[in-house]
Design a protein around this ligand. Sequence first.
Ligand SMILES: [Zn+2]
Ligand SMILES: [Zn+2]
Ligand SMILES: [Zn+2]
Length: 256
Amino acid sequence: MKITFLGTGTSFGVPRLGCSCKVCTSPDPKDFRNRSSVFIIGDNGERILIDAGPEFRLQALKAHITGLDAVCITHVHADHVHGLDDVRPFTREKPLPLFISKHEYRELMQKFDYVFNYHQQGGGLPKLKPEIITAPVAVGTVTITPLPVLHGLRPILGFRLNDFVYITDCSEIPESTQALCRGANVLVLDGLRHRPHPTHFTIEQALSIAKILKPERCFITHLCHDLLHTEIEAFCQEQNLPFYAGPAYDGLVIEI
Ligand SMILES: [Zn+2]
Ligand SMILES: [Zn+2]
Ligand SMILES: [Zn+2]
């Protein structure tokens, strides 16, 4: 499998509008963080997107995405779905399966009323085939397992795709979900910043979860503008973990 990080930033994105801090004005391209999303290509060429934030179209152009076989939605906060309409060109031939939890789908239908409630005749609509995911499903060689986690008080989903675990926007991973994450090669976790936040892990919290789950590699995502890429990298190294840990960045490609 090949994984491309399309975006690794928090809901504001980095640079944050109107901010002139050292991260928002950093010349290092790794400090430019679009809203969080990943694109996975399976061993048989299956093309799977997790979340479609406001920059999806530009991210897809940059990553040369030319088609999709499935979309997984973690939750429907604006930074994760408001680019969803832009999957439209990839739904012309057949409806695109969209894996989502039941309550997030209810809210997605309100946000995209014109898509799901069929008011409009004719073109201009992405053809999506929503599938409520509560158990593993196969897309070709890729098994997609939903991972229930808490984002503050909100129950949302992370996803495991074979040996790749992606958990963004998370402040608690229940034991039952931790069991589903074990044995993964790559673990991606929300780690907003050092300062505590009610709905996101700090970088320290993410690394302590990683210590329990013991992946081969752990990448931190959904990063805000508190820290430079190089600072997070140095912090992760100082922890002397028995596995690789470091910040993800936009455009990072990893293979499993
Ligand atoms: Zn988010
Ligand atoms: Zn800033
Ligand atoms: Zn969120």
